[in-house]
Design a protein around this ligand. Structure first.
Ligand code: PEP
Length: 251
């Protein structure tokens, strides 16, 4: 069954204390509510275990924002998928454009990370999306197809069915510029079609495809009303309960 999901990506924001307060605040705000979507917070590595202890993880899932492309061993400073899973996190955001752009994450590296995440029981939230020049050149459909094929299409149907996709046009991330709901619908439908071309239609139909890029309380309703937009990956607006809650309530 396709799930509706609203996931926050805190990026490199909040100290441990600030992050804990944010997570507890969200937990409190949702205490007496039954959201019509799965709610996830993507915290820095340092916060994962404490946040898992502090909130109702039955109501709010926890995501890491990355994991290593090696299983274990002499990789100073890296955090493995097994370590992430051991904190209580159930998700890992992979392939975010900031990781691709600033840390040289290639399709091949991401393929390894996806495999390690799955092997450790984590659900990858796999980010794809084109830069402005690619959109202006009309190449955005090809770009997302290549990103999916390059990192995900060696997966078995069973493993692919565990993936969540986040379409995040790079030109909309942190810019205040959102794709229109029609633009999001158009490319989400295309992504679903690409998945159906490789796997079965039911696998494509059951895949949650989130939109990311300056999603906020003002535009969330219109975006998630589209049939192929199954939720959002939210950066800036996930950093306060006041801004994040109305997005959750957009469903
Ligand atoms: C993101 O980084 O995943 C994102 C969507 O950021 P923002 O909502 O701030 O554009």
């Amino acid at each position: 069954m396709r799930k509706n999901i609203i996931a926050g990506n805190w990026k490199m924001n909040t100290t441990l204390q600030e992050g804990l307060a944010l997570a507890k605040g969200l937990n409190e705000a949702l205490k007496d509510k039954t959201p019509k979507c799965d709610v996830i917070v993507g915290t820095p590595f340092t916060h994962l275990a404490c946040v898992a202890d502090a909130i109702d993880t039955g109501k709010i899932g926890i995501a890491a924002q990355n994991c290593a492309d090696h299983e274990k061993g002499a990789y100073t400073g890296e955090v493995s998928a097994a370590m992430v899973a051991s904190t209580g996190a159930k998700y890992v955001i992979l392939g975010h454009s900031e990781r691709r752009q600033y840390y040289g994450e290639t399709a091949e590296i991401l393929k390894t990370k996806v495999n390690l995440a799955l092997a450790n029981g984590l659900t990858p939230i796999f980010c794809i999306g084109e830069v402005l020049e690619e959109r202006e050149a009309g190449k955005h459909f090809d770009v997302v197809d290549e990103q999916i094929k390059g990192s995900l299409f060696d997966l078995s149907a069973e493993d692919f069915s565990k993936i969540v996709i986040a379409y995040e046009p790079v030109w909309a991330i942190g810019t205040g510029k959102t794709a229109t709901a029609d633009q999001a619908q158009e490319i989400h439908a295309h992504i679903r079609q690409t998945i159906a071309g490789k796997y079965e239609q039911t696998i494509a139909d059951n895949c949650s495809i989130l939109y990311g890029g300056s999603m906020n309380a003002g535009n969330a309703k219109e975006l998630v009303a589209k049939p192929d937009v199954d939720g959002g990956l939210i950066g800036g607006a996930s950093l306060s309960v006041e801004n994040f809650l109305p997005i959750i309530e957009a469903f």
